[in-house]
Write a protein that binds this ligand. Sequence first.
Ligand SMILES: [Ca+2]
Length: 232
Amino acid sequence: MDMLTAKIEFGFDQLTARSGGVLDGPSHVAMGRRAAAAIGYALGSEEEARMIEAYLNVWRLMHLPHLPAGSRGLTRDEFVRSNLALADGSPADREAILGALADTFFCLADVDGDGRVNREEFWAFQHGHFPELTRAVLAEAFDHLDTDRDGYLSRQQFTSSIVEYWTSRDPDAPGNWWLGRPAYMSAATGSATSARAGAGPSAGPGVGEPVDRANVRDRRSHSTPLDAPVTS
Ligand SMILES: [Ca+2]
C-alpha cells in the first residue's frame, strides 16, 4: 500500500472511530460538539451551536454531494476513493475543495482569533475530529507541523498541513504528521525502512508539559452524550 492510501485510511479510521466506521451527518454533529467541549464552550450555548453548524456545513458541502444514491454516509472505501481522486486530480480542484476546507478549519481552530493556532487550540480542534488521539500524540504532531518552532501554527502551516496529509506522497511533507507519527512509518509494510524514518526530534515537549499559552478558555473537556465510544 502506498503511503498516501495508508494516511487516508488511518485518517478515516480515526475520524469515524466513534461513529461505527461511517462518516455521516450525525458524526459531524458529534465532531462539532466535541470540538466545542474541548474549547470549553458550554453545552447548549450559542457558541456550541455555531460550532456544530460549521461542522454540518462541512458535511453538506464537502461530502453530501458525493454520496452514492440512497446512502446516508460514506464508507471507508468510498472515502479513500474520492480522496485519492482529489489527490490525483488537478491542483486547481484540490485547492478549491481541500484548500477551502482547510481555510474553514483554520478559522474554527483559531479560537482566540489571533491569526495563528497555538498548541492548546490545535489539541482542541484535533480532538473534535480524532477523539482517540492522545495529547502526547498530538503534541508530537504539533512539533512537526510547527516547522519554524515558534510555538504556533501559522495559517499557512495549518492549511498546508491539511492538504499535505490528505493528498501528498512526499515522504518529507511536514503535513504527514497531522495525526502524529504517520501510520506508514510504524506499519508492518514499512518495517524494513521504518528505522531510518524516525529522524524527528526524539523527545519533544510531551504530555505533562505546561502549554505555552493556553489561550483556549480552559482545559476542561466536558464529555457529551455523543462522546461515548461506539463499540461495535
Ligand atoms: Ca490562535
